[in-house]
Write a protein that binds this ligand. Structure first.
Ligand code: NAP
Length: 255
């Protein structure tokens, strides 16, 4: 018996990276899973790779989380095709790093649109179902960069914004049986951090080694590390926890 038997989980940006790791964990623990990502073919391919429990289903849905029309259509499809919605993980994300004086208005708008507007639109579309059934779990994805990171004024502002958004939704939705929490990952080995290595002109393995040296546990994180935290926060074991941001960073923010 899995912690998510009979539940439906929606994870955005889950065609790869952290989101896919989380989708795998939810599926392994019994959930039906909707993988929402920009490219429907990639989302469907990822959904087809999941190992599902008995009676569980998976679907890949193409949607831009920054578009209200896409998001409303995606949530309607989830409810029609998977029979409901119980867990939402707002994970889709992008970076457009640059020092402030070189950062363009587009770099700023794009990052705000995907992280903040995306989390807003998905949460708004999901909450009507959550409130009606008096049950729901939202897990937002922040970052250790919320605390400040050179070259990431846009991303840092968005990720700290996610923490305020999380606390506010927790206050508003708690009386309706909805828990809202956030995870702030440190360095997680994905295409996002591989792209950062490329931008800095570093070899991927050297970049990971360098990052590992900067945290107490002396290793980088993997999508599975975030999946463990997400599965806990989305489970009924965490029903007295809401409005929190859990740093999953190997202790990087302690040093
Ligand atoms: P990733 O490997 O780049 O995956 C992100 C996924 O989100 C991609 O499949 C991407 O699709 C999708 N996406 C981007 N914009 C989207 C949009 N508008 N609508 C729908 N999907 C969209 O990134 P990741 O490392 O797994 O990161 C996942 C989350 O964790 C992000 O919120 C990120 O900011 C956060 N995070 C990551 C780290 C880390 O070290 N990796 C650390 C802290 C926080 P395309 O490929 O088509 O663009």
């Amino acid at each position: 018996m899995g912690r998510f038997d009979g539940r439906v989980a929606v994870i955005t940006g889950a065609a790869r990276g952290i989101g896919f790791g989380v989708a795998q964990r939810f599926a392994q623990e019994g959930a039906s899973v909707a993988i929402v990502d920009l490219d429907e073919a990639a989302a469907a391919e990822a959904a087809a790779k999941l190992t599902l429990g008995e009676g569980a289903k998976a679907v890949g849905i193409g949607a831009n989380v920054g578009s209200a029309a896409d998001v409303d259509a995606a949530i309607s499809r989830v409810v029609d095709e998977l029979g409901g919605i119980h867990v939402l993980m707002n994970n889709a994300g992008i970076t457009r790093d640059n020092l402030l004086f070189k950062m363009t208005e587009d770099d700023w708008d794009l990052v705000m649109n995907v992280h903040l507007k995306g989390a807003f639109l998905l949460s708004k579309a999901a909450q009507q179902h959550f409130v009606a059934q008096k049950y729901g779990k939202i897990v937002n994805v922040s970052s250790t960069s919320a605390l400040g990171n050179r070259g990431q004024a846009n991303y840092s502002a968005a990720k700290m914004g996610i923490q305020g958004f999380t606390r506010t939704l927790a206050i508003e939705l708690g009386p309706y049986g909805v828990n809202v929490n956030a995870i702030a990952p440190g360095f997680i080995a994905t295409e996002m951090t591989d792209a950062t290595a490329a931008r800095l002109g570093l070899d991927v393995e050297d970049f990971r080694k360098l990052s590992a040296e900067h945290n107490p546990v002396r290793r980088v994180g993997f999508p599975e590390d975030i999946a463990s935290a997400a599965a806990f926060l989305a489970s009924d074991e965490a029903s007295y926890i809401t409005g929190q941001t859990l740093y999953v960073d190997g202790g990087a923010t302690l040093v």
